[in-house]
Write a new protein. Structure first.
Length: 282
């Protein structure tokens, strides 16, 4: 297995192995890998000649220093999990200095308002950090395809907009959410939950499913109020937001339009661990 901690060495290696006919698939991660990440890798291996997986906890997308500090870092275990998928996968695990060259700052992006919705409201500067690191990684790896999970749907729309505006030759592939046995969306943050909290967190997807049913017969506003009331009954949770939005623009649904696709988004805290999830409503 090829493992690189420096971008120059990785770029030199990729130039040496890539041919004019071969394609590179890329799976950007922050490590603490789970089966959801592994499903992205499997799809990339199936669809490309070369697959690169990055493991990098990106400081510029964290607006909460405590969250950055507590983010799980499990590089040795991650490498084992990657090798179990395919030992030919190339791992890129750079340092912050290697990526940012001593200037750990975000670029500023115009995402045409996508960055001001939901996650952007509660995490100022988050999507500038995401755009910065993804653009840097795309420039280093130069993939034909990049694989992202549907759970981070707003992030996917942000990345697509960044690719479009910068005319990058990368196709963004969105892969389905993988869930634990209780339907909690798989996330690296789940590792910070106790077993009881993990079991309790099943309410997140259960509430999303019921909200989907309610949305067929009632307004977005009434559905959102129902979700708030449900979480008020469970004091171990703090609902940060629940939003029903247009899939393409991420604009809040005010009045339903049968020609639009809608999606529900949710962010919940349990014991200071922030969990997000999403579900299509069409």
């Amino acid at each position: 297995m090829q493992i690189f901690d420096g971008k120059t060495a990785l770029m030199d290696y990729l130039r040496s192995v890539k041919t004019t006919d071969s394609s590179i698939g890329f799976v950007p991660t922050m490590g603490a890998l789970h089966k959801g990440h592994q499903s992205l890798m499997k799809q990339s291996v199936q669809e490309n000649d070369i697959t690169v997986v990055s493991i990098f906890v990106n400081p510029t997308q964290f607006n909460n220093p405590e969250d950055l500090e507590k983010y799980p870092r499990t590089l040795d275990e991650d490498i084992i999990k990657i090798s179990q998928i395919n030992p030919d996968i190339i791992v890129f695990a750079p340092t912050v200095d290697d990526i940012y060259e001593g200037k750990t700052l975000s670029q500023s992006f115009d995402f045409e308002g996508l960055e001001n919705k939901m996650e952007g409201k509660f995490r100022p500067g988050h999507f500038d950090g995401v755009g910065t690191i993804v653009k840097l990684l795309f420039e280093i790896v130069q993939p034909a395809r990049a694989y992202f999970g549907e759970k981070d749907f707003q992030q996917v729309q942000i990345v697509k907009k960044m690719v479009e505006k910068n005319h990058l030759p990368v196709t963004i592939i969105v892969c389905p959410i993988l869930r634990e046995t209780n339907n909690l969306a798989m996330s690296s943050r789940n590792e910070r939950l106790t077993l009881q909290q993990r079991n309790d967190a099943a309410i997140i997807y259960k509430t999303l499913k019921e909200a989907k049913n309610k949305f067929t017969n009632t307004s977005a506003q009434k559905t959102a109020q129902w979700v708030k009331n449900e979480f008020d009954k469970h004091r171990q949770f703090t609902l940060e937001y629940f939003e029903i939005a247009d899939e393409d623009t991420l604009s809040t649904c005010i009045r339903k339009n049968k020609n639009k696709k809608y999606r529900a988004f949710i962010a919940v805290f349990i014991n200071n661990v922030r969990l997000i999830d999403t579900i299509s409503l069409n």
